[in-house]
Design a protein around this ligand. Sequence first.
Ligand code: SAM
Length: 257
Amino acid sequence: MSTHPDAKPGEAPPDVNARTIARKFGPFSMMGRRRFIKNLQLAHATKLDMSRHSVVECGVWRGGASFAMMELFPTCREFHLFDSFEGLPLPGERDGQRALQLSEENLFVEGRNYASYDDLMRSLAEFGFAERANVHKGWFDDTVTADKIERPIGILRLDGDWYESTKVVLDRLFASVAPGGLIIIDDYFDWPGCSQAVHDFLSERASPEPIRTFDNLVAYIAKRPDDFLSQGVSQKEIARRRQAKSPPVSEAVPEQS
Ligand SMILES: C[S@@+](CC[C@H](N)C(=O)[O-])C[C@H]1O[C@@H](n2cnc3c(N)ncnc32)[C@H](O)[C@@H]1O
């Protein structure tokens, strides 16, 4: 997949030094270096005007992925960072044996992925990002609502690991993602509860969006321009339109890898 008209497949676009950004903010993220860089290249592939869109991350931990997107999109003025700052909630049955066992034995990174709210706020100030950041502390179930987000979402990054943490965000924010916007699903290949939540969500809303991968490393959904369900169109009308010839996918949607 080419991420940019001037980029060779798999390479950072020439105007974005993804490696430099990764070096600077990688230490604030749990992602490995390669995945971090791929996330940046994918985010950069959006053809949306990010000065008119927002970026949302649910599950920010120490902020590395959000900081990188703040550096990547200097004209974007609306970032939302959601996290409990109390670590992960307990996993459920749908999250699988490995999750249940790790949780029981308390083997997660730093006490169930705990990160400090004060440290995050300090880092935002030190990097000069504080003004553009809206930090929402608490459980997604209590904090994630579409009315907090003013501009259509250009990038929605899901990184909450578990079924419930993924599903609640999709249920509440998918409709606010702009056509051509990206939903990056960090844990799709890592935790069965996350992939199950994505599948359940897509099938519940009879969504036409496929799950795509970027270099077999990052799973994402590119919101289609013909997303009837987000536009208040009735189920009957959706069925009728689906039977008609599919409209072309806009250029705003990155090509499938
Ligand atoms: C894997 S870490 C996020 C890693 C981070 N995005 C990065 O780039 O390193 C998962 C984070 O999600 C948060 N989290 C998971 N489920 C949550 C929920 N239901 N409500 C609030 N925070 C949640 C945890 O507190 C934790 O900080």
